[in-house]
Design a protein around this ligand. Structure first.
Ligand code: HEC
Length: 141
């Protein structure tokens, strides 16, 4: 009888301990949450904002809008085609790359960025497309 009594007491003590431990960890979590609440970092400047005064940007943006490139391309987000920022990250703005990409835009292209093809643009003058490609390759982060 004495043994059973002390056993029961022991169990009560053990469950009380477990309870207080649980309580302790709850308040610990609350402390951590408070510590994490730091002010949000300043919003990064968009590429459009960064290059808005550059003549290459101004000329190229107007031409890509006029030519309808914006239906498939955005500056910083992939839609049908890769984002201009991704293209700029892949290719240095060298005369060779400008010539290559001008050809791809005029003749159409597929396979570099996936299985969706860029439609050909034979109606565009190469000199105009070059202005657009220089603009695309300017958009580096
Ligand atoms: C019908 C949708 C569509 C239109 C319109 C379009 N593009 Fe594209 N563009 C794509 C796709 C899709 C790709 C990826 C092709 C690939 O994987 O080779 C691409 C790729 C590109 C590339 C990278 C090519 C390479 O070889 O890496 C450039 C530069 C580009 N487009 C510029 C333009 C310009 C400038 C215009 C406007 C004259 C334009 N695009 C219009 C869909 C389009």
């Amino acid at each position: 009888m004495k043994l059973i009594k002390s056993l029961t007491l022991g169990l009560i003590a053990a469950s009380a301990l477990t309870y207080s431990c649980g309580g302790g960890s709850t308040s610990e979590t609350a402390t951590t949450e408070t510590a994490v609440t730091t002010p949000p970092p300043a919003a990064p400047v968009s590429l459009e904002e960064k290059y808005k005064d550059d003549p290459i940007f101004i000329a190229g943006q107007a031409k890509t809008k006029e030519a309808g490139c914006t239906a498939c391309h955005m500056v910083e987000r992939k839609i049908v085609g890769p984002s201009y920022a991704d293209v700029a990250a892949k290719y240095e703005s060298t005369p060779e790359n400008i010539a290559l990409l001008t050809k791809h835009v005029i003749e159409g292209h597929v396979g570099t960025w996936g299985e969706i093809a860029m439609t050909p643009h034979p109606q565009l003058a190469p000199a105009d497309v070059e202005v657009m490609v220089k603009y695309v390759l300017l958009l580096k982060k």
